[in-house]
Design a protein around this ligand. Structure first.
Ligand SMILES: [Zn+2]
Length: 74
């Protein structure tokens, strides 16, 4: 997947949410503290939900996939 903003190749992982948001390479079962190459963000938005997510570390964008969340438009 190419980043829609800067066209760099994006990295696939997960956006995991709790008291913090962390983009993780593999699902963390216990702590969301980031491991090497992972990214921790402030969280005032989502709680307790995980999304498959592409990250662009060059322009700092995260692209969420909500296809498994049964979201219906309209
Ligand atoms: Zn980018």
């Amino acid at each position: 997947m190419k980043c829609p903003c800067c066209n760099e190749e994006m990295e696939l992982g997960y956006l995991q949410t709790g008291t913090i948001i962390t983009w993780t390479k593999k699902i963390h079962r216990i702590s969301l503290l980031p491991r090497k190459g992972e990214v921790m963000l402030e969280n005032n938005v989502f709680k307790g939900v995980n999304f498959p997510a592409y990250i662009c570390k060059s322009c700092k964008k995260v692209l969420l996939d909500y296809s498994d969340k049964n979201y219906e438009e309209g």
